[in-house]
Design a protein around this ligand. Structure first.
Ligand SMILES: [Zn+2]
Ligand SMILES: [Zn+2]
Length: 132
């Protein structure tokens, strides 16, 4: 489930929106240094994502159960665990322009002071959007 939420940073007062989660057809990664967001399409990942779907005990998401079943029946490659999938997907990405690495584990950061979500309040006047 993907979302866009509005925040106010308690550390520096900046108001901003942050994207969280991934979607049915893409994943969301952050730079481990500056927190920049990068989405990566499952199509773009090709075999890496097919191997992950094959390694899952059930459908990746109910909305795409049909696609996932077809992948499991037709994909000939090796099934991947979540960790193997994340490592392989991260390896396909170039480094962030700041020099950091884009990873699944890195948190989003405030654009003003690079604080992490523990230091943010929800902006009561801002938009909270959920997609997928
Ligand atoms: Zn960066
Ligand atoms: Zn801040």
């Amino acid at each position: 489930m993907g979302s866009i939420s509005s925040h106010i940073c308690r550390a520096c007062g900046t108001r901003f929106t942050a994207r969280g989660g991934g979607g049915f057809f893409f994943d969301l990664l952050h730079c481990d240094r500056c927190g920049a967001t990068r989405s990566i399409g499952h199509q773009e990942l090709g075999d890496v994502h097919l191997g992950f779907v094959k390694g899952l005990p059930g459908p990746y998401a109910l909305a795409r159960a049909g696609i996932d079943r077809r992948i499991r029946e037709t994909y000939e490659g090796k099934p991947l665990t979540r960790d193997e999938y994340h490592a392989a997907a991260e390896a396909t990405l170039d480094a962030c322009p700041c020099g950091g690495r884009l990873t699944y584990g890195a948190p989003a950061r405030c654009p003003g002071c690079r604080s992490t979500p523990e230091q943010w309040d929800e902006d009561p006047d801002g938009a909270q959007i959920f997609y997928d």
